[in-house]
Every structure is written in C-alpha cells, then in structure tokens.
Design a binder for this molecule. Structure first.
Ligand SMILES: Nc1ncnc2c1ncn2[C@@H]1O[C@H](COP(=O)(O)OP(=O)(O)O)[C@@H](O)[C@H]1O
Ligand SMILES: Cc1ncc(C[n+]2csc(CCOP(=O)(O)OP(=O)(O)O)c2C)c(N)n1
Ligand SMILES: [Mg+2]
Ligand SMILES: [Mg+2]
Ligand SMILES: [Mg+2]
Length: 302
C-alpha cells in the first residue's frame, strides 16, 4: 500500500490526501461534479496490447473527460484496484505511475482508493470536479439553429483497435491513440465560458454520443461528413483493412474528444471545429440521412 500512496506531489485541491479514513478535497463552488468509470481486463484493455502505464493513463483520461464534459475541471480522483494475487509489482507500479501521470495532466491528484484481490485486473475510478462558479453544461441544452462542434480527433482509437485486432504491422500512431487517449482537458471549461449549450465526451462513438445530446435536448443533429477531415494515417489503415474511414470517425469510441453545441453567433474557442448543425426533430443523421453503420460501442451488445 505504501508503494501506491507515498512520494507523490499533491496539488492544491487535495486538502488531505491518502492515509486517513477518507480524503478531503476542496469544493470552491460548493457543488461537486462526480463521475465513475471502470476498466476491466479483456473488455477494455489487454496486457499484451497495452503497458500498465498506458492502462493507468487511459483509466484517468476516461474519467477526467466526463468531468470536463460538464464544463468543469478535475479536483481529485479515487482509484479502486482489483488485482490477481500473482500480479508483478512492476504492473502495479506501472499502473500507479500511469494514473499519476495522467492525473497531473488534469491538474488534480489521486486522493485515495482501495485495493482488493480479484481474478483479473479491474480499475474503477471516481473523479471529482469543480465548476469554478459557472453553471454546468448539460446534454439537454442544445437548441435548433446551434452549430455542432468537436475538439479533438475522432476515430483514431477505433482505427488503432482495428489494427491491433487484425494484427497488421505499422500504424504506430493509431495504436498509440488506442492505448492512451489524449483529451485536452482545457476544452470543456473554454466551451462553457464561450456559451456552449450542450457538451459531452466521445466515449462510445460520435453518433451515439451526439444521440444522447439529441435525446436529452429533444432536437435532431446532423453531421456533415465534408467537415470531418480524416488523417492520412487513418486513410491508409482503412485502405489496408478494406473499411471506410468514416466508420471509425462516426462510430468509433474511446478518443474522448469533446462534442458540443454552440449558438451560431458564437466565435468558437481554440481547438473547436464545426461538424454539423442542430435542427427541430429527433435523432442523429449524417449528411441529412439516417446512418446504416454503427453509431458506437454498446456495453452489452458484444
Ligand atoms: N450503475 C449505475 N448506477 C447509477 N447510474 C449509472 C450507472 N451506470 C451508469 N450510470 C449513469 O448513466 C449515465 C450514462 O453513463 P455512461 O454511458 O457510462 O456515461 P459515460 O459514457 O459518460 O461514461 C451517467 O450519468 C452515469 O452516472
Ligand atoms: C480488449 C479491447 N476490446 C475492445 C475495446 C473497445 N472498447 C471497449 S469499451 C469501449 C467504449 C467505451 O466503454 P464503456 O465501458 O461504455 O465506457 P463509458 O462509455 O462508460 O466511458 C470500446 C470502444 C477495447 N478498448 N479493448
Ligand atoms: Mg460510463
Ligand atoms: Mg461521457
Ligand atoms: Mg459507454
């Protein structure tokens, strides 16, 4: 346990870190943003595909993105770890380093957790955040006439996963994007300050996650494929595997890019790019039509 808790620098929101019965985390806004997400070996990661550092980073990124998708910043993380009894120390050390590395990118610390013996590796994180006095940006605020915009790259994680599953060589950048998402954690608060009407992170797939906004806001959302710009390395991997690059961009999860809606009059903050529009109606369309391909990952379908 000492290996997990000792020798780390605790940022300002950590009023009391690990060691007592519970931690104390600052809540300057007097309301706390809270979310939890779990990574399960075999389901969310494989140790032959990802290093322990990668897995630790991904676990934090996935949770931090949900805090940021409320327009908040992260203030602390709680980490519950299940490990087989024969897990090498190098694996738990790597996980801990990865967790801390990504936590530091968010500006928050790991304030506590739990460690149990289990049959496979399971990492469950609870992330806390603060809105710094602003209202949260919910999924329910999109208005007909708004633009739809994203911050971050789409489809690269799904492309990397497809490369790993197919066992083909090369495409290291895509495989890296699958191993460790790289959300820019400043984008959510910037969107909130600019007047975003709704916000989410892309965890399951762009169309699925925009679908949550469309449902919650009682609007329809149209994505314009001409406004999505696939990278050359995604195009070449798609050609090699005989699939459409847009399947990854529209239905691929785990990039943890941010997607949101803004009034058409707003000058978008840095990093945000228009990809579509909000209309009256319901559901999500692509270039004005229903999309036959996958809209995103579904937790219980495979
Ligand atoms: N077991 C659960 N108990 C209570 N709420 C849950 C549970 N699982 C998911 N939720 C809630 O459902 C919503 C959607 O969850 P999820 O699809 O996991 O979101 P995300 O993709 O942003 O992580 C969240 O508000 C989450 O808190
Ligand atoms: C070994 C392996 N197989 C498949 C995937 C693909 N995958 C697993 S979970 C997921 C999407 C998000 O998962 P979920 O548990 O729904 O997370 P949340 O939406 O709660 O963030 C995807 C695309 C993977 N990452 N690793
Ligand atoms: Mg979740
Ligand atoms: Mg989310
Ligand atoms: Mg999900």
């Amino acid at each position: 346990m000492d290996r997990i808790t000792q020798g780390r620098h605790h940022p300002a929101d950590t009023v009391l870190g690990p060691g007592d019965d519970a931690a104390i985390v600052a809540a300057p806004s007097r309301s706390v943003v809270a979310t939890t997400d779990m990574l399960v070996q075999g389901r969310h990661f494989r140790l032959d595909w990802s290093s322990p550092v990668d897995i630790g980073r991904k676990a934090i990124a996935q949770n931090a993105a949900d805090v940021v998708a409320m327009g908040a910043r992260c203030t602390g993380f709680l980490v519950a770890l299940g490990c087989p009894s024969d897990t090498p120390i190098s694996v738990t050390d790597g996980l801990t380093d990865g967790l801390w590395l990504e936590a530091e990118r968010t500006g928050a610390g790991i304030v506590g957790g739990d460690l149990v013996q289990s049959e496979s590796l399971v990492i469950s994180i609870t992330a806390l955040g603060d809105l710094d006095g602003r209202p949260a940006v919910l999924r329910s605020g999109a208005q007909p006439g708004d633009v739809v915009a994203v911050a971050g790259r789409l489809g690269r994680s799904a492309a990397g996963l497809a490369v790993l599953l197919a066992g083909i060589d090369g495409h290291d950048g895509l495989v890296d994007a699958h191993r460790v998402p790289s959300p820019d954690y400043s984008r959510g608060a910037a969107a909130a300050r600019a007047g975003a009407t709704s916000l989410t992170d892309v965890s399951d797939g762009l169309l699925a996650d925009l679908g949550h906004i469309a449902d919650a806001s009682s609007v329809s959302i149209d994505v314009v494929t001409e406004l999505l710009h696939p990278d050359d390395d995604m195009r070449s991997a798609a050609n090699e595997l005989g699939v459409s690059v847009f399947d990854w961009m529209l239905g691929g999860g785990e990039d943890h890019a941010f997607a949101g809606t803004f009034p058409a009059s707003v000058i978008l903050p840095d990093g945000w790019v228009v990809i579509g529009a909000v209309h009256d109606g319901s559901g999500v369309t692509v270039d004005g039509r229903g999309h036959d391909g996958s809209h995103g990952w579904s937790s219980f379908s495979v």
